[in-house]
Design a binder for this molecule. Structure first.
Ligand code: ADP
Length: 254
């Protein structure tokens, strides 16, 4: 099977600071990967690179069989046009810690906006798709409500529906529960678990919730200081960590 995402020898620096130090990672269609590791180790940057929110300093990223930042023209590799980037961006969705909903639009309009304006679906088609997604995240009764009337957990579920409605091939979840009150974390993780079980898109889940990582993923990757230190099945990583670094990292959650 061809990977849907292929990071090859990826490096990323911000000025003098090298944040990603040579990462090779293949993500397969439908695969659910949990990315764990200490804060500052480059996890968010890895997701942002895929969203084209950051450009790599070195290496290549392939998405769905095509280069992300470059394209082939007459057999030569040239810098990607805005059109190419736009098309590639449509294959990836990302959900952030802070939900960034449009405060002046109700829940339904928050979710229909992009399929209508970006994908060009008719209002009816966009609505139909949006309602299906909002049902999936358990918010079909809140269609007319404005974000300010929702709890943090509900807002994050709207943000998840808004990303799902675009039907990306890969979805990056970036610590989506970190900004929530503890009592709201469970409902959001439950929704993500259901989506992971039902949906065949690939998922890259950046998380500090170890139980969740274990339950939801096919593969766990432990990164530290811009490198992949260890990876394996949830059982291998959580039951039998090999490196001292991973052992000590996991020790903090016990
Ligand atoms: P993680 O998600 O593992 O916590 P990040 O990818 O957010 O790590 O950050 C890795 C490092 O890169 C941190 O030291 C962070 O401060 C730095 N960093 C991230 N984005 C920027 C930026 N736009 N400019 C400068 N430094 C950045």
């Amino acid at each position: 099977m061809q990977p849907i995402v292929k990071y090859e020898q990826i490096t990323k620096s911000f000025g003098e600071l090298e944040v990603i130090k040579g990462i090779d990672l293949d993500i397969y269609p439908g695969e659910k990967i949990a990315l764990i590791g200490p804060s500052g180790s480059g996890k968010t940057t890895l997701g942002r690179l895929l969203m084209t929110l950051e450009e790599p300093t070195g290496g290549t990223i392939e998405l769905d069989g095509e280069l992300l930042w470059h394209m082939e023209v007459k057999g030569k590799r040239v810098r990607a046009s805005e059109k190419h980037l736009h098309r590639m961006r449509g294959k990836v969705g990302m959900i952030f810690q802070h939900f960034n909903l449009f405060p002046h639009l109700n829940v339904l309009r928050n979710v229909t906006m992009a399929p209508h304006c970006v994908l060009g679906l008719s209002k009816e088609e966009a609505r139909e798709r949006a309602v299906t997604m909002l049902r999936k995240v358990g918010l079909e009764e809140k269609l007319e409500v404005y974000p300010s009337q929702l709890s943090g957990g509900q807002k994050q579920r709207v943000a998840i529906a808004r990303a799902l409605v675009m039907q990306p091939k890969v979805m990056v979840f970036d610590e989506v529960t970190s900004a929530l009150d503890p009592e709201l974390v469970g409902e959001v993780l439950e929704v993500i678990k259901e989506i992971a079980a039902e949906d065949d898109m690939a998922m890259l889940l950046i998380t500090h919730e170890m139980e969740f990582a274990r339950e939801v993923s096919d593969r766990v990757i432990f990164g530290a200081e811009g490198r992949i230190v260890e990876q394996g099945t949830p059982e291998e990583i959580f039951e039998n960590p090999q490196s001292e670094r991973l052992q000590s990292f996991l020790g903090r959650f016990r």
